[in-house]
Design a protein around this ligand. Structure first.
Ligand SMILES: Cc1ncc(COP(=O)(O)O)c(C=O)c1O
Length: 412
């Protein structure tokens, strides 16, 4: 029989860009006995979670929780707001944008898919030009992947919102934040996004199995007349059950315990500190890559991802062979190249429950693996990252100093 924890001594390094390392606090929360999902204790749990989620998504509106992977929340966003034959505008930023497009087409939507090079984000000028040309206002939704997990490219959302506004276009705006929520600053309400799609297994530090739709009033209004078939994913029954803290089906109770704890951890650290921690780790990783004289897949400095880095190997070197060597020798999982970039890139996840020394260990494994795999590179990437990490004050230090000051004042 398969043994579930059949790793060598020490913790496995799970450095794929999701699922991410699940904190011990969350693991312990998952471990509580399952309770009656129609009882009073459960209602309190749901209401606290829904309040916390509003802070994480930065919205006053409803956030819907699905017992589904991120793909389920993609489908929910579409079936709740659109009708058969509706035109939608999507952008080929990478593998996940391509999968969302494929789903939209399967559901009977007409997709205008703007080609991309898998190295850059969505161009606001292209959004504006497409929408300005749509005189008949046939485009019903614009869909963007905030952080392309396959490429390590982050599209800046406010300029896309501004482009839609400049075109004076009424289309709904939907954003996939599956690998950015709780890692990279994201503001559902301020940026006037209509449907935000998210998942549990990345910045939220949970196992896979939950996903989310944050919803605007405009999206709720659209859902009243949308005609794509939906039942299980319908927002209306879930929102009405949630008012009292319940769900119209058996919810994933233990994952919700984990979510409650993960929200507490994120809010204790503070979202600005969470975003800054991710930014630093992205920057340190890129310094290592530059010192190794390898290439980043992301072309533009203002689109670098804080949650993962995709690194190109020189021609003739197989990224999956390199990853296999790292796994076998150092017990570390790195992200594989997906779709068009399979075998050409590997991805380092630096999101979720993560700190400086975990990043240092990760980069050591990469540097040693490059040597063992015979990939041409210069030594010194780890050193470059360490110098960056050791310089300046870290948000964690600030927090610890505050705790010490508090403990000190209680003791005296
Ligand atoms: C940006 C993005 N969108 C969608 C998905 C699909 O989510 P899931 O695999 O949880 O169904 C992923 C998965 O990694 C993703 O990274």
């Amino acid at each position: 029989m398969l043994r579930l924890d059949d790793h060598p001594s020490g913790r496995h390094f799970l450095q794929i860009p999701g699922p991410t390392n699940v904190p011990d606090r969350v693991l312990r929360a998952l471990d509580h006995p399952t309770i009656d999902h129609r009882g009073p204790e459960f209602a309190r749990l749901t209401l606290e979670i829904l309040g916390g989620l509003k802070k994480i998504f930065q919205t006053d509106g409803p956030v819907i929780i699905y017992p589904a992977s991120g793909t389920g929340a993609w489908e929910a966003a579409l079936v709740n707001t659109l009708s058969p034959g509706d035109r939608v505008l999507m952008f080929e930023t990478g593998y996940f944008a391509t999968l969302w497009r494929r789903m939209a087409a399967k559901l009977g939507l007409e997709v205008d898919f703007v080609a991309g090079d898998w190295r850059s984000g969505v161009d606001p000028a292209a959004v504006e030009a497409k929408l300005a040309a749509d005189k008949a206002r046939e485009v019903k939704a614009v869909m963007v992947v905030h952080n392309e997990t396959s490429t390590g490219v982050t599209t800046r959302i406010p300029p896309i919102r501004e482009a839609i506004d400049r075109a004076g276009h009424p289309a709904l705006f939907m954003v996939d934040t599956i690998s950015s929520l709780a890692s990279i600053d994201y503001r559902h309400q301020e940026w006037r996004v209509d449907v935000t799609v998210a998942g549990s297994q990345k910045g939220l530090m949970l196992p896979p199995g939950l996903s989310f739709n944050a919803v605007s009033d405009k999206a709720l209004a659209a859902s009243k007349s949308a005609r794509l078939p939906r039942s299980y994913f319908g927002w209306d029954e879930i929102i009405s059950g949630n008012r009292d803290g319940y769900f119209p089906y058996t919810p994933a109770t233990n994952l919700l315990y984990g979510l409650h704890e993960a929200i507490a951890m994120l809010l204790e650290e503070g979202l600005p500190a969470v975003f800054e921690r991710h930014r630093r780790h992205g920057e340190a990783t890129r310094r290592a890559v530059r010192a190794w004289e390898l290439d980043l897949l992301c072309r533009n400095a203002d689109e670098y991802s804080s949650s993962l880095t995709a690194i190109r190997l020189p021609d003739g070197h197989d990224a999956d062979r390199f990853r296999r060597i790292v796994l076998e020798r150092f017990d570390m999982s790195l992200g594989t190249g997906l779709g068009k970039v399979a075998g050409k890139v590997f991805r380092v996840g630096h999101l979720g429950y993560f700190n400086d020394l975990m990043l240092a260990g990760t980069l050591c494994g990469v540097e040693m693996g490059l040597g063992l795999a015979g990939v041409p590179h210069r030594a010194g990437g780890v050193q470059a990252a360490l110098e960056y990490l050791a310089g300046g004050e870290r948000p964690g230090e600030l927090k610890r100093n505050k705790i010490e000051a508090r403990v000190g004042s209680t003791a005296s």
